[in-house]
Ligand binder design. Structure first.
Ligand SMILES: C[S@@+](CC[C@H](N)C(=O)[O-])C[C@H]1O[C@@H](n2cnc3c(N)ncnc32)[C@H](O)[C@@H]1O
Length: 404
């Protein structure tokens, strides 16, 4: 049996309905959804009222799906890194979500599981994002002109995202650079691993990399500000850390905007902040991290006009939006222990407004496009795949494809 519901705006709630009913809910149009009860849909019966609609919908959707160009989201660990992690350090692939929701207190053995399971994911996310970004010629020219590049990784842990960025820089920047890296984290076991991995990388890149490790636990909001000297950074990374500051109530409220406020102040004129987090729900706040991140960062940026969103393009276009929307991107990494291991994250790139205007000249027609913010839902023809502000757009684009 097929249950079809016609109700104004119901398409937006496909997701919630699906969770509530424990069934796949299909969105036919903004005001019409359906789901299946029982085992098989008998398409030969008169009762299959929506068959015609669905055929047309899926034909159109297939055409559109094939024409969307998505951002890079798949990679492999470099062979040397695979050997270092799994052979030299005895890293272990063993996904176990509950233990690794909080990582400040990981012991040496647990860090091995982090290295074998979560480090490759963080590596892949950052490598893919920066691989796309560095394909932008204007931006690459600016970096090429610098003798020195400063990087800060705040909440680095074992530094998967840092190594992902450094490998991308080695791929794109052919002339030798002085790369000064500062990392901050409260877990000494994780920092020890990062030091060793960075020294393995040093011997495999043409860049000169120096590393300064700051071991520091953030206990209060004030600690956020009293951390790092007066250097300015071209890349500021913050990966999967704010969720832990929220879950342990280290920062009582607006954690994303408070961390962003501190980190943007450390950005060079042409610096980029990469802020990424998991997409699960905070059990105290009963709110999903992407919703918190989006709402807080939009609010922060609308009060701090000298900074702007670079990605996602939807938040860059509708910069005064106040929606707490759910964004999710899937990345895949392959290595010797697992083929196509998936991670689901939400992220934002922020830079200075005048740098963005100069380097990433924006196509005015972005506001006429329908932006995919949740590709898995796009595959399922679900309306929650799109940024709500862009729902009337015509041309469908991936809102994370900076090279659209
Ligand atoms: C999920 S791990 C992320 C590690 C790495 N950035 C990545 O993406 O793979 C979170 C990191 O934040 C650090 N962290 C959490 N709370 C912290 C705090 N209050 N002070 C300092 N570091 C903290 C943990 O030690 C851990 O290394």
């Amino acid at each position: 049996m097929v249950v079809e519901v016609d109700a104004k705006g119901i398409g937006e709630h496909g997701n919630k309905l699906s969770k509530f009913l424990c069934r796949d809910v299909f969105v036919i149009n903004p005001d019409k959804v359906y789901w299946q009860e029982g085992d098989n849909i008998d398409v030969s019966t008169e009762s299959f009222l929506v068959a015609k609609d669905l055929e047309i919908l899926s034909e159109n959707a297939d055409k559109q799906k094939n024409s969307v160009s998505f951002h890079k989201n798949k990679t492999r660990l470099p062979h040397w890194l695979d050997l270092v992690l799994f052979k030299k350090f005895g890293a272990v692939y063993s996904p176990e979500y509950n233990r690794y929701e909080y990582n400040l207190d990981l012991n040496e053995q647990e860090v091995k599981v982090y290295l074998g399971t979560y480090f490759p994911r963080s590596y892949a996310e950052a490598f893919c994002v920066f691989d796309d970004l560095l394909s932008n010629h204007n931006y690459l020219n600016i970096l090429n002109g610098k003798p020195q590049i400063n990087i800060l990784d705040y909440g680095c842990g074992t530094g998967g995202e840092l190594i992902g960025l450094l490998v991308a820089l080695s791929k794109y920047l052919n002339t030798t650079k002085e790369i000064n890296v500062t990392v901050v984290d409260g877990n000494s076991n994780a920092l020890n691993s990062l030091r060793e991995i960075a020294s393995e990388l040093k011997s495999r890149t043409h860049h000169n990399i120096s590393l300064a490790c700051i071991e520091k636990t953030i206990e209060t909001e004030e600690d956020l500000e009293n951390m790092i000297g007066d250097s300015l950074y071209h890349f500021v990374l913050n990966s999967k850390m704010v969720c832990e500051l929220i879950s342990k109530k280290v920062i009582a409220d607006n954690a994303y905007s408070k961390v962003a406020d501190v980190l943007t102040s450390l950005m060079a004129e042409d610096g980029i902040l990469y802020m990424l987090d998991v997409t699960t729900m905070d059990s105290n706040l009963r709110q999903f991290y992407p919703r918190l991140m989006n709402q807080e960062l939009n609010e922060y940026l609308s009060n701090n006009k000298s900074f702007a969103t670079l990605l996602p393009l939807a938040c860059s276009s509708w910069y005064s939006c106040k929606e707490a929307c759910f964004i999710q991107q899937t990345f895949c990494v392959s290595h010797s222990q697992k083929h196509n291991d998936e991670s689901r994250v939400c992220y934002r790139l922020i830079c200075r407004q005048n740098f963005k205007d100069k380097v990433f000249s924006e196509n005015a027609s972005l506001k006429d496009c329908k932006h995919i913010i949740y590709p898995t839902k796009f595959e399922q023809n679900d309306l929650s795949a799109f940024c709500a502000k862009s729902i009337n757009g015509t041309n469908i684009i991936d809102t994370y494809n900076i090279n659209k």
